[in-house]
Ligand binder design. Structure first.
Ligand SMILES: NC(=O)c1ccc[n+]([C@@H]2O[C@H](COP(=O)([O-])OP(=O)(O)OC[C@H]3O[C@@H](n4cnc5c(N)ncnc54)[C@H](O)[C@@H]3O)[C@@H](O)[C@H]2O)c1
Length: 391
């Protein structure tokens, strides 16, 4: 069975690398996605964007036939059932509204929208139109996070006390001749949907909710550490969006509240195993996870250091951790979620990562920004089936 997908934003970083090449092209090369009742669904993409020459070049490189610069005529074609969006966050709402109005099932990048109200509006519209909907929640499909989840579900930690996330790296400002910025400039302009809070809290929300317990409160301080950058055309611009966020969340864990602290920054240098590292400490054990690996230290293996500044430290603290073995790598995280979404559309398989889930990520970002502005803790009210809004 063929399934037509209108793919918008495939000239961008995420759209091209993760969604087109690593997901849709890879799924086509493996012969499609097997459906539960037998049969296979093979994605047939049409690449849509603003510059035909770029689209043709990408299409040619990956054996794709169809490209278009006219989104509305693509949406009018009943032969393509799915609309996918990896354009800028600020452009997404308009595209997704048009796709829903055309009766398409919609899958898109996070954050779903710049505001909770707009995200919930999309969820309402999708439900009313009876179309299937989903948002990228790729971190849940990473081997390191899956290992953490396995440890949580198996009770490895005992009572979980705290979670600490350290995310970030140095994003070059554009002022060094030999080291161009490794992220698009819109990320640093609020008016274009930029900012690390909107970008990363969308991830932290689903990661925390699905791994440890629902986020119930947030306290956040943001910063714009680098006030000026240089864009893709070599022009200086004012960085109007936050490039770092220092946040604490309270989660409803199975055995009581869990305190989670997350530092997110595009202005730090990395001295850890990965760009994202999460440490979990519980009464019976601890774990440190990166994107792929995860190490544990059980209570029995726990060292007993004593504070003594007068002599050399007798321990190599890194020595007393053991790797959690790999188990059934699901491959690229984006591809794994695409396969789920395609099974959801083609065979009605469950798909928990819907627009309401996407709206929760936007909500946490919005409440984080409110907390920063008002210098206070803010409760995160439940969002059920599109009900509720700002805290
Ligand atoms: N899941 C993740 O881990 C992850 C990581 C990075 C970015 N993202 C999200 O992916 C989206 C794209 O980010 P990116 O880093 O790939 O950005 P990018 O700037 O590299 O790509 C943006 C794409 O949108 C297109 N575009 C720009 N303005 C447009 C407009 N007005 N109308 C139509 N198309 C337009 C561009 O041509 C390009 O194809 C963002 O929403 C971002 O939050 C997700």
């Amino acid at each position: 069975m063929r399934i037509g997908i209108i793919m918008n934003g495939v000239t961008g970083r995420m759209g091209l690398n993760q969604h087109l090449v690593r997901s849709i092209v890879a799924i086509r090369q493996q012969g499609g996605v097997t459906l539960p009742g037998g049969g296979t669904v093979v994605p047939d993409p049409i690449l849509v964007g603003r510059t035909e020459a770029k689209l043709r070049e990408i299409a040619r490189a990956h054996g794709i036939e169809r490209v278009s610069t006219d989104l509305d005529s693509c949406l009018a074609n009943p032969a393509d059932a799915i609309y996918f969006d990896a354009t800028l966050t600020s452009a997404r709402v308009d595209h997704v509204r048009r796709a829903i109005a055309a009766g398409k099932h919609v899958y898109c990048e996070k954050p779903l929208a710049p505001t909770t109200a707009e995200a919930l509006d999309l969820a309402h519209r999708a439900r009313r139109a009876g179309v299937k909907h989903g948002v990228v929640q790729d971190k849940l499909f990473l081997p390191g996070i899956r290992k953490l989840k396995r440890l949580v579900d198996g009770g490895f930690f005992g009572r979980i006390l705290s979670v600490r996330g350290e995310f970030g790296y140095w994003v070059f400002e554009g002022t060094d001749d030999d080291r161009p910025p490794q992220r698009p400039s819109w990320n640093y302009r609020k008016e274009d949907g930029g900012g690390i809070i909107l970008d990363m809290f969308a991830h932290w929300r689903y990661l925390l909710d699905h791994t440890f317990g629902e986020v119930g409160a947030v306290q956040c301080t943001g910063a714009t550490h680098i006030p000026e950058r240089v864009d893709e055309d070599g022009r200086r611009y004012a960085a109007t969006a936050d490039d770092a966020a220092y946040a604490t969340f309270v989660l409803a864990g199975r055995d009581g509240d869990i305190v989670a602290q997350f530092n997110s920054s595009w202005a730090v240098r990395v001295y850890r195993d990965d760009l994202l590292q999460i440490q979990v400490d519980g009464t019976l054990g601890s774990a440190v996870a990166g994107l792929r690996g995860c190490k544990t230290q059980s209570r029995a293996e726990t060292l007993r250091p004593v504070w003594n500044p007068d002599g050399p430290n007798p321990f190599d603290f890194y020595d007393h951790w053991r790797e959690v073995p790999d188990s059934g790598d699901v491959g690229n995280a984006f591809k794994a979620q695409w396969e789920m979404f395609l099974r959801h559309v083609a065979a009605d398989e469950p798909f928990p990562h819907d627009f309401v889930e996407g709206a929760k990520g936007v909500q946490l970002a919005e409440l984080g920004m409110q907390s920063w502005a008002e210098r206070r803790w803010i409760d995160v009210p439940p969002l059920r089936n599109g009900e509720g809004g700002r805290g």
